[in-house]
Design a protein around this ligand. Structure first.
Ligand SMILES: [Ca+2]
Length: 261
């Protein structure tokens, strides 16, 4: 008898659990319009209102409502960078394309940490404004190039104990390296470019060969000058098949920051 009672208890518990999740699911449905995309806090899962959602290359901007919801009413043909800005949160960006609009999505953004150093939140075009229409995501390029490299100077007051310093690039599009071609990111037929080079205090610390979001590059501790000015340079690659003149690879990137994790 005891055994049966135990089984019954388990079944009841399962049923109760199931009923509960169904109820909570219904409540969720009532408050959330499922056809709209949302911005939430990555930790608390609470909706974030008044966040700015932008497609910088389209001059598109919309604010989320009190439910954190928004509509992306813009024409998207090729890959483009979407950014989310909200006071007190890390700048967020995501590469989206024409398919992204078909299904609503939820994005969790992260609170900024006291040691974060935001170097750039504008969309930056690095290169020479001379590029093929087959270049990775060229259809989205409409910001004028700043030149072949982007340099930022910044003070590092302190390195938090037991933390690794990273350069984070929110999103990059347009890299036309051999690897980007192999991955189908670039459709340039014959040519390809050398990788993007990243320098920290004049020492090369990394190469970027592919496009994508949230690229984290570790910065060696011994290169950091504490209490002094430090410098980061992002230098775009060169078309390795153009020898008559220098043809820089035209790329676009957004949200450059220094983080400690
Ligand atoms: Ca170029």
């Amino acid at each position: 008898m005891k055994k049966y009672f135990f089984i019954f208890f388990i079944m009841f518990a399962l049923f109760a659990n199931c009923a509960y999740s169904q109820i909570s699911g219904n409540i969720k449905k009532q408050t959330q319009n499922t056809n709209r995309s949302r911005i939430i806090d990555s930790k608390t899962k609470e909706p974030i209102g008044n966040a700015k959602v932008k497609l910088p290359s389209k001059n598109f901007m919309v604010e989320t409502d009190t439910n954190g919801e928004f509509d992306l009413n813009a024409q998207i043909k090729d890959k483009t960078i979407m950014s989310v800005e909200k006071n007190g949160y890390k700048p967020f960006s995501l590469t989206i394309d024409e398919h992204s609009k078909q299904k609503p999505f939820t994005i969790g953004i992260e609170k900024s940490k006291p040691y974060d150093i935001v170097l750039e939140t504008d969309l930056c075009h690095i290169g020479d404004d001379v590029f093929s229409s087959n270049s990775a995501n060229a259809a989205e390029f409409n910001v004028k190039a700043v030149g072949p490299f982007l340099t930022k100077n910044f003070l590092i007051k302190k390195v938090p104990k037991d933390k690794q310093c990273y350069l984070t690039i929110g999103s990059v599009i347009g890299i036309d390296t051999q690897m980007a071609k192999q991955m189908g990111q670039s459709k340039v037929k014959i040519a390809y470019s050398s990788p993007v080079e990243i320098f920290f205090n004049n020492k090369q610390i990394a190469e970027l060969k592919i496009n994508g979001d949230n690229q984290k590059i570790p910065i060696p501790n011994e290169l950091i000058k504490i209490g002094q000015n430090n410098q980061i340079t992002i230098k775009t690659g060169r078309n390795l098949f153009q020898t008559a003149y220098i043809d820089y690879d035209d790329i676009e990137l957004m949200n450059v920051l220094i983080e400690f994790n």
